[in-house]
Design a protein around this ligand. Structure first.
Ligand code: 4AD
Ligand code: MG
Length: 432
């Protein structure tokens, strides 16, 4: 029973009779004619039911169709530039598959809470379909980039005994007789082991943080891609990050024109996203904030508002490197030229989208790493395996993590991360 034709392929069927299956997106009547907008996930097409052309039964069926009813429709394809999608169907037959009850999400405006409560239905709307298609394209672009640049996929575990990004955002569980275990915050530590085995590796999957902050940039479950490379220093890491971001943005711009148009995205802003990206030190970024009148103390971490202010200075992502040691993770390598800072980089997206990448060169010296684990109050026993990577053929190495939903939000021009993932998880929401 699978469909033989889909709306996106109608351009190949002009003049032919085809049958399509899908759902009623919208309906308009004018006397003897009914205009049905069918959606099938690949696009939208106007189906014209003219009383004189069909049986009474078919015309009645068209009359009965309610919003989101499923149906099969047969008709001749014709070009119609004024219609949605550019084609129209002259209907000869129509069968109702299932009549929908009164659909709660009409084209009228709804509050965001109502929409998220009905996320399982909201995903059918034109805007959400466009966003989710962009997301899927971004995911493919990410995989294509690393697969074609000599990286091997290396999947880290989701259940882990140790913290990677601080202990304050861990989701905890009881793990049989072994005590506490956690949902992974980042696969990085495991990727480091992969890099020392395979050279260049990446992971791409869901990561979890018990974020207590209710911001538009935080989810408790989000997807992250994490490349890790042996024999890369911080500059090499930044070179890779900018090439990668340029590739993802330019690919989506090229392949998702229709979706970006539906989202009313100003694509001229995305066309700018070309290498080289500006690179400034943390200290220089602090100067920018001070010039803008922010009372900012060297040594503090940037907040969301600070990132927005810094990001606004540039028309492409800005790479901020060399952060104060105190505000960054234990595994980051100290700058040999200035031990107050670590060889970290954050990439801040323009237009107020904030940090999309966090990365660094890793501490490859066993004694310094041991000291950092102690300084951070982390239990050394859990990190013995990780310390082995410094005991057995340690090399300079680097990597970064890019947040998928933040990247999709930026590319689509969304206000909040919750629209960038099919079913968002946030501190106050774990349904539907
Ligand atoms: O900067 P973060 O915490 O870096 C790491 O996890 C490193 N271990 C990555 C690495 O070097 N392999 O997180 C990386 C990115 C952020 O820049 C952001 O885009 C995203 O992950 N991110 C979140 N996205 C949505 N919701 C959250 N709560 C996020 N926390 C981080
Ligand atoms: Mg970060």
């Amino acid at each position: 029973i699978k469909p033989k034709f889909y709306i996106k392929d109608l351009k190949d069927n002009v003049g032919e009779e085809v049958s399509l299956k899908g759902w009623l997106y919208n309906k308009r009547s004018s006397g003897k004619i009914k205009f049905l907008i069918l959606r099938d996930g690949t696009g939208y097409v106007q189906c014209v039911v003219f009383k004189g052309n069909v049986s009474e039964e078919v015309f009645d069926a068209a009359d009965k169709l309610t919003q989101e009813s499923s149906f099969e429709v047969t008709g001749k394809v014709k070009e119609e530039p004024r219609s949605i999608g550019g084609y129209e169907l002259d209907v000869t037959d129509l069968k109702i598959i299932s009549l929908a009850q009164e659909y709660p999400i009409t084209p009228k405006e709804h509050g965001i809470e109502f929409l998220i409560d009905n996320r399982h239905l909201w995903v059918r709307s034109k805007r959400q379909v466009a966003i989710l298609k962009v997301r899927a394209r971004v995911v493919k672009a990410i995989r294509d980039f690393f697969d074609s640049h000599g990286f091997t996929l290396f999947d880290p575990p989701i259940i882990t005994p140790n913290a990677c990004e601080g202990t304050s955002t861990l989701f905890e569980m009881d793990y049989f007789d072994l005590g506490k275990a956690y949902l992974t915050q980042s696969g990085q530590l495991y990727e480091e082991s992969g890099a020392l085995a395979l050279g260049k590796v990446y992971s791409f999957g869901p990561t979890f943080r018990a974020e207590k902050s209710k911001t538009r940039r935080h989810l408790t479950e989000f997807w992250m891609v994490e490349p890790e490379m042996a024999f890369y220093d911080l500059d090499d890491d930044m070179d890779l990050a900018e090439e990668f971001i340029e590739y993802v943005v330019q690919t989506v711009l090229n392949d998702c024109k229709e979706e970006l148009n539906i989202l009313e995205r100003d694509t001229s802003k995305l066309e700018n996203i070309k290498r080289p990206f500006p690179r400034i030190s943390y200290t220089e970024a602090v100067e920018i904030l001070k010039k803008k009148g922010v009372d900012f103390q060297w040594g503090n971490d940037f907040g969301g508002a600070d990132e927005t202010l810094i990001g606004e200075e540039f028309d492409r992502p800005v790479m901020i490197h060399r952060y104060p040691t105190e505000v960054k993770a234990f595994y980051m390598k100290r700058d040999p030229e200035n031990e107050k800072v670590v060889l970290a980089v954050d990439v801040i997206a323009p237009e107020g989208y904030g940090e999309i990448i966090g990365g660094s060169q890793r501490e490859d010296n066993l004694d310094l790493l041991l000291q950092r684990i102690k300084d951070h109050g982390l239990p050394q026993s859990y990190f013995e395996w990780y310390l082995d990577l410094r005991r057995f053929g340690s090399v300079p190495h680097s990597g970064f993590g890019l947040g998928l939903e933040r990247t999709v939000s930026w590319i689509c021009g969304l206000e909040h991360l919750r629209e960038a993932i099919p079913f968002p998880r946030m501190i106050y929401r774990n349904t539907p």
